[in-house]
Design a protein around this ligand. Sequence first.
Ligand code: HEC
Length: 129
Amino acid sequence: MKIMALMRTSIFLVGAASLAFSGALSAKEGDTEIDRADPSAGKAVYQKNCAACHGADGKGALPGTSDFATSDRLFGQGWEVVFRHVSGEHPSPDSPPMPMPPRGGKADLTDQDLWNVLAYIRQAFRKGK
Ligand code: HEC
């Protein structure tokens, strides 16, 4: 009798553990700040505040801006780092003589605006990367 109860308990524990495990997996994929952001709202922010320097096509309009599609210098470090750079929290390590102003010079852009615009950059220029 006792052994049956013990078995039931361990079956329950295995079930709970695998539930917790699948929860951890789904939190990893598709549940980061950029995945929750809105690329279509970001497109409007981009055209208004970023395109003058980065080009409507994301290929760079000013000297010192890189082509978003191929620039892996910052993007290779992950979107959290790109966000901190763009928000002005830390400057880019090898900025050109005229570095990017924090938030593209628009202090009124919210963190959510910036995540939306990064989601747009990922969708339109980085092609999902
Ligand atoms: C006044 C011109 C200017 C504006 C406006 C501007 N940027 Fe930039 N941006 C730059 C320059 C110059 C760099 C490259 C130097 C650096 O990394 O600091 C850069 C770099 C970047 C990078 C890093 C790309 C890479 O890998 O090198 C991202 C991402 C970015 N900008 C996003 C934005 C977004 C989003 C906006 C609009 C909210 C914006 N920028 C507005 C000039 C600008």
